[in-house]
Design a protein around this ligand. Sequence first.
Ligand code: SF4
Length: 85
Amino acid sequence: MAEVIPTDRQYPKLSKATSGYLEIELFKNADLHTGYFCYNCAYFIKDHHCAIVEDTGPDVNAVESGVIEPHGLCTLWDPNEKETR
Ligand code: SF4
């Protein structure tokens, strides 16, 4: 029998540091449809959240922005086919 994952409850998210999340200011104005960015990741929730990584807490550079930035990235990146060019 297949295991069913209930969708009626919140699951703990990973910390930014555990996921390898970081933000690179230089890419803020880059084309976020191309490359390894939160913006075109399947887990990104517009405008500043992620389905599997916490908004708060320090990232791998000990920076605490309090959000998931569209120009951020982490090691769990998975392409969102609708946004990736
Ligand atoms: S790359 Fe994807 S999984 Fe990682 S923080 Fe950004 S939106 Fe979330």
